[in-house]
Ligand binder design. Structure first.
Ligand SMILES: Cc1cc2nc3c(=O)[nH]c(=O)nc-3n(C[C@H](O)[C@H](O)[C@H](O)COP(=O)(O)O)c2cc1C
Length: 198
């Protein structure tokens, strides 16, 4: 099987998906395949059913996609300072992988999009790291030798890349794009160094 980095995200309005695509670009610039996958939306209305295959965008992730990745970039819109329930729901189905330490020692990073700059970007990133630490993953952020991290007036954090979506369709800023690509490259570089690209 060709080694790949899994870029796993949930996105309702497209902002987190745009970030995922740039992170995937960074992974591929480092010479490793990026596998883009999303998760199904969830609803408390039992009559709502997500289509078995998404109508657009990336396919839904399977646990096998997660199990066999060489590294993981995981993104979610901020929901009340935390990740979206749809992504948490997917992670909650991963105890079988935890039991066999399938993700142990593999590198991971996290990313998020918010509508306000001080509305929980960092708390979302930090809380998204918790389940990955339980899985034994090695977390990486963004080092301050990334010039865009010093420059940015929009998103970007040493805990992981972020986007400030002032309006639903606010495009990624140039600094955010640069940081997404840098994040993808760093993750892929670490996957190689940690020996998880096999
Ligand atoms: C239920 C809900 C909770 C939200 N909570 C926050 C929040 O705590 N802080 C914030 O800045 N934005 C919050 N938002 C806004 C989204 O994080 C923001 O619009 C994000 O860019 C959407 O990403 P997407 O386009 O990938 O769906 C919330 C949105 C929803 C629907």
């Amino acid at each position: 099987m060709t080694p790949y980095v899994l870029v796993l995200y949930y996105s309702r309005h497209g902002a987190t998906e745009s970030m995922a695509r740039k992170i995937a670009l960074g992974v591929e610039r480092q010479g490793i395949e990026a596998r883009l996958r999303t998760v199904a939306p969830i609803s408390d209305n039992l009559s709502d059913h997500a289509p078995a295959v998404p109508e657009s965008g990336a396919p839904y992730a399977s646990l096998a996609d997660l199990e066999h990745c060489s590294g993981l970039a995981m993104g979610s819109p901020t929901r009340f300072g935390n990740m979206a329930g749809a992504l948490k729901y997917f992670l909650d189905s991963s105890s079988g992988l935890w039991l066999k330490a399938a993700l142990c020692d593999k590198p991971a990073c996290v990313f998020t999009s918010t509508s306000s700059l001080h509305g929980g970007q960092e708390s979302t990133l930090l809380s998204m790291m918790l389940p990955l630490l339980h899985h034994g993953m090695v977390l990486c952020g963004l080092p301050y030798d990334e010039p865009a991290l010093h420059r940015t007036k929009t998103g970007g954090s040493p805990y992981g890349v972020t986007h400030w979506a002032v309006e639903q369709d606010t495009p990624l800023s140039e600094d955010e794009v640069e940081l997404c690509i840098a994040q993808g490259k760093r993750l892929a570089m670490l996957a190689t160094k940690l020996g998880s690209v096999v």
